[in-house]
Design a protein around this ligand. Structure first.
Ligand code: ATP
Ligand code: MG
Length: 180
């Protein structure tokens, strides 16, 4: 599985539709302070199902929508789209390309799509669970997270190790089965 493109539109400082293409190998994002580097990483986490507005440096979720600038009016909608090459079928979807889309409107209404079909947030979260790419994953490590991992309680650290080991999905299924 490979990350191909990330498209942002109306998300935080990205008022215009912006496409970021990932080439093979390593990608670096550089730019002056305040140019939107962290916003790009937040867009990635958001489209993968992030539910905490606070961890996206906002108060409520619609805060991710472009809030306007000196020269531009605020927008009413934010959209982020992530495209994967899935020809190795790493993600459990039978198609070579997997597109994940998330939208939010000012009134708080949200939309989630997998391959342009409406799904629930839960479907996206489950698709990425145990892949290392999920919303609580170890593959997106922000400033301060490393320290937080070292200082966390053993129980919390265990959750991270379980995600790395790929057993979270089975634990969730076990919980669900017990409830039924
Ligand atoms: P640094 O190098 O300091 O870490 P950065 O490149 O990571 O900077 P970001 O934190 O991604 O920069 O971008 C911050 C900018 O995004 C600020 O100018 C802020 O006003 C703008 N911004 C954040 N949310 C919104 C929003 N909802 N609407 C418009 N602009 C926004
Ligand atoms: Mg930053």
């Amino acid at each position: 599985m490979k990350l191909k493109t990330l498209k942002l539109s109306g998300f935080k400082s990205f008022a215009d539709k912006t496409t970021i293409e990932f080439q093979d190998g390593m990608t670096g994002i550089v730019g002056p302070n305040g140019s939107g580097k962290s916003n790009i990483i937040e867009a990635l986490r958001w489209v993968l199902g992030e539910q905490s507005a606070k961890s996206l440096r906002g108060v409520k979720m619609p805060d991710v929508i472009f809030a306007g600038s000196q020269t531009r009016a605020p927008l009413n909608r934010a959209e982020v789209e992530l495209e994967f090459d899935n020809s190795d079928r790493f993600l459990q979807i039978d198609s070579d390309q997997v597109t994940i889309t998330r939208r939010i409107y000012r009134n708080g209404e949200s939309e989630f799509l997998i391959n342009h079909k409406n799904v629930r947030l839960r479907d996206i979260v489950e698709l990425f669970m145990d892949t290392g790419l999920g919303r609580e994953s170890f593959s997106i490590i922000s400033q301060g997270k490393v320290e937080a991992i070292f200082n966390s309680r053993p129980e919390d650290r265990r959750v991270l190790l379980e995600e790395v080991a790929g057993i979270v999905k089975y634990k969730k299924e076990k919980q669900k089965a017990k409830q039924e």
